[in-house]
Design a binder for this molecule. Structure first.
Ligand code: ADP
Ligand code: MG
Length: 694
């Protein structure tokens, strides 16, 4: 069993025991001295004055200059937190948590006291909290209840250059709130130089630049395109380790699996080296990594050895690691992309932008002159990469965002002040889907159901299913299923024990499919009294299950607040399956042949994923949670359903194709487009234009 975490731990213990540990300059500084050594410190006075004098402010500074950890503390020290919280948003959950921990340490308190954080399904704040780090998604949710952000005196929209959907929406919401609340300060911080755009958007507000101390970085391009960037990243790492002078290496990869694999391969290769080569400490960094491991990346490298960090683009700007002299950039990242054809978001490995490439390069020049190895050609950089990353709002499914905006009373989406508006077709398709889910009425206004759905921080299909489960009397089960769907895969499949792991997994399989299988897993774990050994024996990720338990607890809180009943259906699996249909009737496929299925909505050819408990089974109609595109389009989390339920749960969406033709049993179910098509165009326009904003 390969376990990156175990390996990291061992590597660290080993290097410690050799007593070669001499801590670098950084850690010998006191926290006070460290804070004073950061580039923002010299600007403290200027920054504080600017905040007093301006309602909006843009602050630009190199990653690592101290924006995220220091600005909040400066404002707190100035007493700005007496009038309300100092909030600081982060696009990434991990960053919010790890930064809150760091700042708590600097302020000498526990997380949750003076400094806290809030991320989805996790709230570590208290009445004592003055500085609050939160994901941009959480602040957006808070705006739902409190559009004027009355709790806050200062809000920092950090990492604004990442241009997540939530940050983009917050730009507009905060601009609106600030105009009604002259005492609210809005500060936008960015690591790149797209600051003019931010300033222009916020009434031409001042831009303050924090001069960074950066060193030149040599860029080395690949002479020819690389076929396998993983292999070439590993080769380059070995090459650096053996031939280059001291200094740590940062390698950008696209995701957890890739990173774990690389750690594993490199570990084996390094083991094979002879004893004269210094030690190489291999560290993974990605969002799902537990924080105690993540904090290891900040520990200084023991003298005489070298550290290599394999990271996702989280290390581009959100997290700064000192001591990096070498950056290896394969030129890819995984981005969430909306595919309007199948109506699904997909995580696709895509080329990065020039701006990102330069940001990555910059990571090598923080401690001294560095080198950046680009595993692509100079011509690819110049001619194939886009200058800037496309804002997420222009490539994502907007269902959830639009539902929230509608719930805030913002109906006039066409005139909503997006910094870069999403394509109209994306808005229209999101509106259509929300209409199909009955969250919006024909004029595009929020229905009662839609209003209730907006209370849940999740995709509308899930919130609709949760609400339906109350009337279908199986909400106890649905809460578990939804919690299990919101975590990462719980099944663990080590390379050398795949068969054993598969056998164990099969014991949980429910004949009707994956949703009920997930319910089984959770319930059996609960019966074992949440035992660790149960997880180990059954090849389950305990950490993910614990997270599911946590998510479930938070969903229960929402249930309580909304006065919704938690009812157990005692094994009535049909009512659970029917309930899934009410949220996911759009995601149904019909079996066409031996080989595969076709989706009912648009006839896309899809297959049941080999990891599904329905793989190899021959049900006529199946419902899927999502589609993942690999070598073909695979349905993930699949459950068998009865076609008549489609008519029962979504009579506004489906009909029998030819009611008088073939026998009733063979009746074909097709989407009922007619009624919608007639009013479609007028509806589209009215719902976008409806100018009845409250
Ligand atoms: P910026 O937001 O400008 O990129 P930060 O405020 O995040 O900068 O970081 C400032 C400094 O604090 C960096 O040098 C970084 O190495 C250090 N730092 C940040 N988080 C931690 C942590 N968890 N442990 C140790 N040092 C940290
Ligand atoms: Mg930062």
């Amino acid at each position: 069993e390969f376990d990156a975490r175990q390996m990291v731990a061992t590597a660290w213990e080993k290097s410690r025991m050799k007593e070669r540990v001499s801590y670098g300059k950084r850690t010998s500084l006191s926290i006070e001295e460290q804070r004073k050594s950061l580039p923002v410190y010299k600007m403290r006075q200027k920054l504080v004055e600017a905040v007093y004098e301006n309602q909006f402010l843009v602050i630009v500074g190199e990653t690592g200059s101290g924006k995220t950890t220091q600005l909040t503390q400066y404002f707190d020290e100035e007493g700005l937190s007496k009038k309300g919280l100092i909030g600081c948003t982060q696009p990434r959950r991990v960053a919010a948590v790890s930064i809150a921990k760091r700042v708590a340490e600097e302020m000498g308190c526990e997380v949750g006291e003076e400094v806290g954080y809030t991320i989805r399904f996790e709230d570590e704040t208290s009445s004592r909290t003055r500085i609050k780090y939160l994901t941009d998604g959480m602040l957006q949710r808070e705006a739902l209840l409190d559009p004027l952000m009355t709790q806050y005196s200062v809000i920092l929209l950090d990492e604004a250059h990442e241009r997540t959907v939530a940050t983009d929406v917050l730009f507009a919401l905060l601009k609106k709130a600030a105009l009604k609340r002259p005492d609210l300060k809005v500060i936008v911080t960015s690591a790149t130089l797209d600051s003019d755009k931010f300033s222009k958007y916020f009434m031409d507000c001042p831009i303050i630049e924090i001069p960074g101390k950066t060193f030149p970085v040599d860029v080395l391009y690949s002479s020819k395109p690389q076929m396998d960037y993983i292999e070439s990243a590993l080769d380059t790492t070995m090459d650096i380790h053996i031939n280059e002078p001291e200094g740590d290496v940062l390698v950008f990869l696209t995701g957890q699996e890739e990173i774990d694999t690389c750690c594993e391969i490199l570990y084996e290769r390094v083991k094979a080296l002879d004893g004269t080569i210094p030690e190489l400490i291999i560290l993974p960094v990605y969002s799902a990594l537990p924080s105690e491991i993540q904090s290891r990346i900040f520990e200084p490298t023991p003298k005489g050895s070298r550290k290599v960090i394999f990271a996702t683009n989280i290390a581009e700007t959100s997290i700064t690691i000192d001591g990096i002299y070498y950056v290896i950039d394969p030129g890819f990242s995984k981005i969430n992309t909306y595919n309007p054809r199948i109506g699904m978001e997909q995580l696709l490995v895509s080329p990065i932008s020039q701006a990102q490439a330069n940001q990555r390069k910059g990571r090598a020049g923080r401690t001294g002159p560095g080198k950046c190895y680009r595993l692509y050609t100079e011509s690819a950089f110049k001619n194939e990469m886009l200058p800037n990353t496309v804002p997420e709002i222009q490539r994502q499914n907007l269902e959830h965002t639009i539902l929230m905006l509608k719930a805030m009373g913002i109906n006039d989406l066409l005139n909503f002040e997006f910094m870069d508006p999403p394509p109209k077709s994306f808005m229209v398709s999101a509106l259509e889907e929300l209409f199909n889910l009955q969250a919006l009425d024909e004029e595009g206004f929020l229905t009662t159901l839609g209003k209730r759905m907006s209370q849940f921080p999740m995709e509308p299909g899930l919130s609709k299913a949760l609400l339906a489960s109350v009337s279908n009397k199986c909400s106890d089960e649905l809460l578990t299923i939804v919690a299990m769907l919101s975590i990462q895969n719980v099944f663990y499949r080590p390379k050398d024990k795949q068969q054993e792991a598969d056998n164990r997994k099969a014991r949980f399989h429910h004949p009707y499919g994956d949703h009920l299988t997930l319910l089984n897993v959770f319930n059996k774990w609960k019966e074992s009294n949440y035992s660790k050994s149960f997880c180990t024996t059954n090849f389950l990720h305990e950490r993910h299950l614990k997270r599911a338990l946590d998510v479930r607890r938070q969903l229960l809180n929402i249930f309580k607040k909304m006065n919704l009943e938690v009812i157990n259906c005692h094994g009535e699996v049909d009512c659970i399956r029917k309930t899934l249909v009410s949220g996911f009737f759009r995601n149904v496929a019909k079996r066409e042949s031996q080989a595969g299925y076709k989706t009912l909505t648009d006839g896309t050819q899809v297959s049941i994923s080999p990891g599904s408990s329905l793989f190899g089974k021959e049900y006529d109609y199946v419902l899927y949670h999502s589609i993942v595109l690999t070598s073909r389009e695979y349905m993930m989390q699949v459950t068998a359903v009865e076609p008549r339920w489609l008519l029962e749960s979504a009579p506004h969406f489906y009909k029998v194709a030819d009611p008088n033709g073939s026998s009733r049993k063979k009746a074909k179910i097709v989407p009922l487009n007619d009624r919608f098509a007639q009013s479609k165009d007028s509806w589209r326009l009215s719902s976008i234009r409806a100018n009845r904003d409250k």
